[in-house]
Structure formats: C-alpha cells, structure tokens
Design a binder for this molecule. Structure first.
Ligand code: WT7
Length: 657
C-alpha cells in the first residue's frame, strides 16, 4: 500500500491502549450476548434465518442464501414481505399505536410529535397519492428533501408500493440531481419549497426546476410546503403535497413483494467522475438493518429515545433513521437543522429535552464539539445517554475519549461502527454489552459477518500487520449491484481479489496484537470529508468544466475537523485571469454549484504545472505532501522534478476561508 493515507487512528495506535469493558449492569441487560459469535460461526445461514424471523413475512423463504450467481446474491429466496408494513403497521397491530415514533424538531424550534398511528395514516395517504399519480411497483422515485417528516413518509410509501426510491441529498446541486434522475429514469421527484439552514430559509425547488428541465422521464414534481417561500410553478407538472396527499384515505392495504424486490438506489462516489447507483433489495437488507440496530445500539423500544444525527440523503439515514430503527419500533428524534443554530448547545438541548438515551453521530461533529469546548455539553443534563455511536470515518482516540468523558459521562459505551453505502448496514463494531471497547478501533466483525485484513496477494496478515480490508463471505444487506452497470459492479468490488472471491471495500486496515481491526482510511482516490465520500475525479471534472481551467488535480489533505479537506491544484488557461483571489473564489463556487457545497475545495492553488510520472499519471502523493505541508518525498519518477518547487512556492498564494 503506497498511497494509503496515514489516518489519525494509525498515529494514535501507539499511544492509546486503554480498554473499557461494559458495566456488569449493562452487560446483564444487553440485547446481545457473547454467545452470538459462536452461534453464527456454528451455522451462519441458520443464524441469519433466525434474524430474519424477527420480521413479518407474508410468505416464508425456501432458501436462506443463493450465491450461485456470485457476486450477485439472493437472500431469503422465495420469501415475500412488505418493508413498510414491518416498519409501521405491525407496531400498530401489536398495540403500540400510541407510542411516539418520531419527535420531530424543526430548526426554528417548531415541533411535531408523530405516533405509530399517525405514521401509519401518513404513509397510507402518501401511498394512495403516489398511486393516484399512476406510479407502479418497480418505478423509480427521486426524493430531494430536507429533514422533514414527509421525507420519511415518502420513503416508506415507496417501500409500501414497491417503488424504488432514490434519495438525493438536499445539499447536492441541480446537476447532481439531474444526473441521478437520468441514470435511474425516475418518474417523480418529491421535494420541498425550501429548507431551514442556519436560521434562514433556503430555497430548494429552483434546483429541481433546473434539473427536471432536462429530464424527460419526470412526469410530476410533488412539493411539500416547508418555508412558505415563493416558488416558480409549472402547471400540470407541479403539485402541492397538501393538495394531493391530505385528501387521500388514510387506509391502504400493503402488498407483499419478493425478498429480492429493489427497495432503493443510493448514489455514492467512486474513483471515476460518475457516481455509482448502489442497489439494495428488501428482505436481506431489512433483516440486517434491523438486526444491527437492535444489537449494536441495544435498543429497548419501550424505554429508549434514539437519535441518529445523519441526513436521510446518506445511507446512515436510510438504515439508521428509517429502516433499522422503525422496524424495531423505535421512539426517535429527527432534527432538521444545523448543530449551532441558534447556538452551539443545540444538540445537548435536544438530548436534555427528549431524554435521548442513544446518540449516533460522526467523528467530524465530535471534533467540532471539541473545538467549541467541553463547557457547552457540561451546561446540560445528559444523564439519559447510555449508548454512543460513531460512523463515517476513523475516529481518533482523542476524540473518542472526549466523547466518552464529556458526552457519555465516562459511562456510556461507544460503538465505532464501520460499514459503507454498499454494505447497507453495520459490519464491524463492538457489541456494547459484550466488547471491552478500545478508543479508535472498530474492533471486530459482528456475529454473522466475516471480515479480514489481507496483503496484496490476498493472504490474511498476522496480528500487528496491515493491509486491505476485505469481506470474505456474502452478507444479507450487501449491494445487489450498480444500477444499470453490472460490469462496473464486478470491476469495482470483485476484481481486486477475484481469485479469492473477496469483496474489496477500498479501505486500508490493520490488526492490533489482540486481532482487533483498526480502519486506516481509503486506499483509492476517494476522499472522506466529514464522513462523506467525494471522489477526486468528480471534483477534477467539475473544475475542468470551468472555462478558465486547463487542468486540475485534487487531493484530500488531513484536516483536524473534517478528517480530510479538499485541496485542488489548477492550471489556468493561457488567456485566463492571473489566478488572483477572484479567480480562486469563482472556482470554489463553481464546484459548489456543480456538485454541492460539501465538495467546495478548502483551498485552490493555481500552479503552472502538475507533477506527473513519465507515463502521465498525476502524482497525488506529492500533491498531498504539499497540501499537508510535509517536506516533499521522492521525486525521481517525476517527468520534471522542478515542478514541485514551483508548486510549493505557490502554496502561500492558495486561498482558504
Ligand atoms: C466509507 C464508506 C457508513 C455510513 C457512512 C459512510 C469510511 C465509515 C467508518 C468507521 C473508519 C469508516 C470508510 C468506508 N468509514 N465508517 N467507523 N471507521 N472508516 O458511508 O459514504 O458509503 O462511506 O466511510 O472509508 O469505506 P459511505
């Protein structure tokens, strides 16, 4: 591994070796016990069948796993179920209709309390509305919405009708939405007029208008009123949610779909410019989302209040706000806004107000809280918290310890959960009532899951050794392919260790002396910014689409808060401006417009030349050295070794804000 980033975990591996066993009290009451590992090892398929039994099936499967068409898995073959029924109706039928499903908190402070009875009525009305629009099982629906309850109603209504949803993060651009609608040939977009961000309404519908002007497959745009902002309107195409959904019957009979019926597509960055539509299906996905949520977070549906701070635009929102938690009859908080509106105590205010007991967030936010200072959480009553989770990137031991002490009162177990959009659900994580947790390590594959760290040849490395993380056995919530591109699916995940039949996750990892796994960051050209995957190529394509740019190279540089920050090196066209502040600002804004604000480079450096090998491959390692202010390593393979001097000298001209 030459190009592997030195993640914070690696640096701290040597300095942090304390472990934290669960209290006897926690262990005694935990959903998951140590015996599960042995049970799963003894008979994997029987183990997963038992997990699937936690769901309601209209028709039971006749085969647990069909792997004969590898790498295309089929789980619970022949089984039929309705995913929405499992997340909503069955809880009402079992007598929990009055239980709160969602405590919704709007950014301005408005709230909505949604019981399972309410959720059933709203999902049924939405399903009836989508049926009235002529949508049929198998059709694709794009959902481009902020964190409002209607986003969840929409996802569940799609699941109920066998429609395949494609949620596009509300922070993405019109162009990102357009390309995703086009790739999936979606017929409907569900959106809102706007969203509240940092105390102000921000428009959302204009981006939809811009996108659908170029997507002929879209028949309707369904618009939830959230901010009451003036919006442009296309008669016949655009429909207000209130006009269509409110008048519908609140009764709807769900139909059972095949276990392998497509549930959703979610786009994620790969190493090329074109995002990949990750396809997930129904029975296996829900089984693992539900199982992991129950065991990793130790959810007790009668007493816990759960809060996952992700956005539904990411897979974490799919699996750990919608499908996993609701299948387990959760009571959860859903928050619309930013963590520092109206002040930096907003999350702790919400924890105190709803007595949140399980809190799941990302390392980037924990490091932001650290920056804001421990006095902020100290000002609130956080004694309700009993399990803390982390996801999205390696968590450095320092942030882990801070989280434990200042949020978890030195008592709540922390589960560092490793997984991906592609895996659909958590794969590597401590079990909070079993594992002695180690700051910075995700530790061990869950019962029923198999992961290994291997060398270049695919041989497992010894304890203490590092290499590539692979998944060597199929799992129920694994992706079933890339939408419309089976070749790319094989090539991206299964070609690196084709001989062994391993799924290659793209992450570097290491075993410590106890055999626990430490994730070390991506080994490919994918950056991880605040737990979000962005490909270097995607940002490079956006940059070169600007008329002033001749060439661009992008790297992820270590960033104390966001994990990695995007640093772009650009060569301007001869006739373009001189690379002053205005030119740099224009380029940063251009990337934000093309992809979304999260992809806006932290720095753009205008350079006269880019370092390339003799074969013309850009040497990102050197650019990373420059971006991270390290002294530049070996440049002997450079076609023109004076290039690096020019770039380093230009460094201070880079713009940062
Ligand atoms: C990539 C997947 C999983 C939902 C959010 C991100 C990194 C994720 C961890 C963790 C170290 C992690 C990996 C992975 N990652 N969780 N606990 N420790 N790294 O989903 O956008 O599909 O990104 O995020 O690099 O491959 P995603």
């Amino acid at each position: 591994m030459t190009e592997q980033s030195q993640g914070p975990a690696l640096d701290n591996l040597l300095t942090e070796s304390r472990t934290f066993p669960p209290s006897d009290e926690f262990a005694a009451a935990a959903n998951a016990g140590a015996d599960m590992y042995a049970a799963a090892d003894a008979d994997r398929e029987a183990f997963w069948a038992a997990q699937a039994e936690r769901l309601h099936w209209d028709t039971k499967w006749d085969q647990v796993l069909d792997w004969s068409d590898a790498p295309f898995a089929k789980w619970f073959v022949g089984g039929k179920l309705n995913v929405a029924y499992n997340c909503v109706d069955r809880h009402v039928e079992s007598g929990h209709g009055e239980q709160v499903a969602i405590h919704w908190e709007g950014e301005p402070g408005d709230t909505r309390t949604i019981t399972y009875n309410d959720l059933l009525a709203q999902v049924s009305k939405t399903a009836n509305a989508l049926t009235e629009l002529g949508l049929q099982a198998g059709d694709r629906v794009a959902i481009y919405m902020p964190m409002v309850p209607e986003a969840i109603f929409s996802m569940l209504a799609c699941a109920r009708l066998g429609l395949t949803h494609s949620v596009v993060f509300g922070g993405f651009s019109a162009e990102a939405l357009r390309s995703r609608i086009e790739d999936a040939a979606a017929k409907l977009v569900i959106t809102t007029d706007g969203q509240y961000r940092r105390g102000k309404p921000a428009a959302l519908k204009p981006a939809v208008d811009e996108a659908v002007a170029q997507t002929p497959t879209i028949e309707h745009v369904l618009v939830v009123k959230r901010t009451d902002t003036e919006v442009a309107w296309t008669e016949g195409r655009d429909i207000w949610w209130n006009d269509l959904v409110d008048k519908q019957s609140d009764k709807h009979t769900p139909e059972a779909f095949d276990s392998e019926h497509p549930l959703y597509i979610l786009y994620t960055s790969g190493t090329t410019g074109k995002p990949k539509g990750i396809l997930h299906t129904s029975g296996g996905y829900l089984t693992q989302a539900s199982y992991t949520h129950h065991n990793v977070f130790d959810l007790k549906p009668d007493t816990d209040v759960y809060w996952c701070t992700a956005d539904i635009g990411w897979v974490t929102g799919h699996s750990y706000i919608v499908y996993g938690p609701l299948s387990n009859r959760v009571t959860q908080v859903v928050y619309e806004g930013t963590p520092n509106t109206p002040n930096e105590g907003r999350h702790w205010d919400i924890v105190q107000k709803y007595k949140v007991s399980i809190y799941y967030t990302a390392p980037t936010l924990i490091r932001t809280f650290m920056k804001w200072g421990k006095d902020i959480p100290a000002g609130y009553d956080l004694s309700s918290l009993r399990v803390l989770g982390s996801v999205g990137e390696p968590i450095n031991p320092e942030a882990w310890i801070w989280y434990r002490e200042n949020v978890g009162a030195g008592r709540a177990p922390i589960v560092d959960t490793w997984w991906q959009t592609e895996t659909g659900a958590i794969m590597i994580s401590p079990l909070p009532g079993v594992t002695s947790t180690k700051p910075g390590s995700a530790q061990r594959a869950l019962p029923g899951i198999s992961a290994k760290v291997v060398d270049d040849q695919g041989n497992e490395v010894p304890h203490g050794g590092g290499g590539y993380l692979v998944l060597d056995k199929p799992w129920p919530s694994m992706l079933r392919g890339i939408w419309g591109d089976n070749e790319r699916y094989r090539d991206t995940y299964w070609s690196r260790f084709a001989e062994q039949g391993f799924y290659f996750a793209g992450d570097g990892a290491k075993y410590d002396n106890d055999g626990d796994i430490w994730l070390l960051g991506r080994v490919d050209d994918v950056m991880n910014v605040s737990g979000h995957r962005i490909s270097t190529t995607e940002v490079e394509s956006a940059l070169v689409s600007h008329p002033t740019v001749a060439e661009a190279a992008v790297v992820g540089a270590t960033d104390p808060t966001t994990g990695q920050g995007i640093v772009a090196f650009v060569i301007l066209r001869g006739d373009a401006a001189d690379g002053g502040d205005d030119a740099v600002k224009a380029l940063r804004d251009h990337v934000a417009k093309e992809i979304g604000p999260i992809a806006k480079p932290r720095q753009v450096m205008v350079v006269p030349e880019l370092p390339k090998t003799r074969s013309g491959k850009i040497m990102r390692r050197l650019l990373r050295d420059v971006a991270e202010n390290r002294s530049i390593g070996d440049v002997t393979t450079l076609a023109d070794s004076s290039v690096m001097d020019m770039i380093s000298q230009g460094l201070n001209k880079g713009s940062e804000d």
